[in-house]
Design a protein around this ligand. Structure first.
Ligand code: ADP
Length: 475
């Protein structure tokens, strides 16, 4: 593919060159010669008419003599670089600037026919074989007393016209050669600006096709090709990143599944082989139950994430009262809160606040955030859930006064399977998937979620929601 594109361009260049050459060497010379002949003939005809009217007619009117006319015409012939003749209608040569005047010697132009020029006022030939080579001849009648008495004929060597035509053509040939050389610049430009980058891009796509998504290449141009290369580079990086993410994801999933399974298997083995005595069964079965709970939670979270991804964020949007959803979700944590003596304080804007979102998914967001807030809060503390209105948006904040998140970890908590070191001791059942689900849901709504946290002081998660059309109007 690569070779043919370049070859095509080079071929097109040569075809262009050959055609230009053919045009310049065939049409242009004919047209130039025709034009020059016509122009010359026009000038000579004007001269001939002038001579016929001013000198020659006087000759027939016996006003001037032949010698005087000849003298005049001789100098005019030198000036015009041509031969001037006066011919009688019978064909008798009265005067010829090329030969001395001799009245005795009667020279006849055989078969002389004044209508030889036809519709035109000039003719190119040997003029009734009176010249050795082709001449451009123009005829102007000499009239006296309403009768044609003779003709002034001016002959110009066609080779002289050809010579000036050739010097003109030389200019055209030089111009053509310069143009062809200049158009080589286009070829060089094409090679540098299109062909070389295109080769790099093709090579890169071959690398990507063979699976080397980490291949990097540089195209230093800011045009469409540069943009294409940048897009391709970006795409490859994204795919490479996605591949790495997928590998990490599978590694994490396997790890998170393996550890509870190992401990379940270990305890069950120990029970079977008698290492654990029957009176301690209850204690270890509870541990096994805990581990299975963790596995269930992990599986559910993975399924939720998978659904969010594959459905391309298909949301079941509708208007609902966020206040009642917050109240009911908070209420579902009553049992857990009681164990740690944690209270949830609700500071809600308005009795009812209608937002437009997928209710089930927002419920899940609230559930995950409150669950985390409780998990990472100290005993006897307060969790505050607050809503506030700002620029047609409702902001929901879930705030705790727990362990907080170290600054460096704050960017990472949204990643799948991420658990900060601080939390590991406190939360053995955590999967590290809760916040990535939250982020995915909020982003799929076209909204944002942020965290403000200080290690040892507490954390606040704030997300935005769109108000329902009715609430917006009231607002
Ligand atoms: P998990 O299911 O393990 O809680 P998440 O994705 O919900 O997973 O949370 C990821 C990590 O973010 C947690 O392991 C914890 O380190 C940190 N985190 C989340 N919420 C809080 C919070 N309210 N206070 C302190 N740390 C938190």
């Amino acid at each position: 593919m690569r070779k043919t594109l370049y070859l095509k361009f080079v071929l097109a260049y040569f075809i262009f060159g050959v055609f230009s050459f053919i045009v310049v060497t065939t049409f242009v010379p004919t047209m130039t010669m025709e034009h020059l002949t016509r122009e010359k003939a026009k000038n000579l005809y004007e001269e001939a008419s002038y001579i016929a009217g001013n000198y020659a007619s006087g000759l027939y009117a016996n006003v001037t003599d032949l010698e005087t006319v000849k003298e005049h015409l001789d100098s005019l012939a030198v000036y015009l670089d041509s031969t001037i003749r006066i011919i009688n209608p019978s064909g008798r040569l009265v005067l010829d600037t090329n030969t001395p005047l001799n009245v005795e010697d009667v020279v006849m132009i055989e078969n002389f026919d004044p209508t030889v020029t036809g519709g035109s006022y000039y003719i190119v030939d040997k003029f009734f074989d009176s010249f050795e080579s082709d001449m451009l001849s123009v005829l102007a009648p000499i009239t006296y007393e309403y009768k044609v008495r003779g003709y002034v004929v001016i002959h110009c060597d066609i080779n002289d016209i050809q010579a000036s035509c050739n010097s003109l053509l030389n200019i055209s040939y030089i111009t053509l050669a310069v143009l062809l050389l200049l158009s080589l610049i286009i070829l060089i430009f094409f090679t540098e600006m299109v062909y070389v980058p295109l080769r790099k891009i093709t090579h890169a796509t071959e690398q990507y096709a063979s699976g080397n998504m980490h291949y990097e290449f540089q195209v230093e141009s800011e045009d469409e090709i540069g943009y294409l290369a940048a897009c391709l580079n970006y795409m490859a990086k994204q795919i490479a990143g996605a591949e790495d993410d997928q590998k990490k994801f599978v590694a994490n999933v396997s790890h998170d599944f393996r550890s509870p399974l190992t401990s379940i298997r270990g305890y069950l083995d120990a029970m079977l082989d008698g290492t654990i005595p029957p009176e301690q069964y209850r204690k270890y079965l509870e541990i096994v139950l805990n581990e299975t709970e963790r596995l269930t939670k992990l599986t559910n979270s993975l399924l939720t994430l998978n659904n969010l991804n594959t459905k391309g964020m298909l949301l079941d949007r509708g208007d609902f009262d966020i206040n009642s959803v917050i109240r009911s979700t908070a209420a579902s944590f009553e049992g857990t809160c009681r164990k740690k003596n944690i209270s949830i304080e609700l500071i809600l804007t308005g009795e009812e606040m209608f937002v437009n979102a997928d209710m089930g998914k927002i419920q899940q967001v609230l559930y995950n955030l409150i669950d985390n807030a409780i998990k990472f809060s100290h005993h006897d503390s307060v969790i505050t859930i607050e809503t506030s209105l700002k620029k047609n948006k409702l902001f929901v904040s879930v705030k705790d006064t727990g362990i907080g998140i170290p600054k460096d970890d704050q960017k990472l908590i949204w990643d799948r399977f991420y658990k900060s070191d601080l939390s590991r001791g406190r939360d053995k059942k955590g999967t590290g998937l809760g916040l990535s689900i939250v982020k995915e849901i909020i982003n799929s709504h076209g909204e944002n979620i942020n965290v403000i946290s200080t290690e040892g002081v507490g954390s606040e998660f704030i997300f935005s929601l769109s108000l329902s059309a009715e609430s917006e109007e009231e607002d």
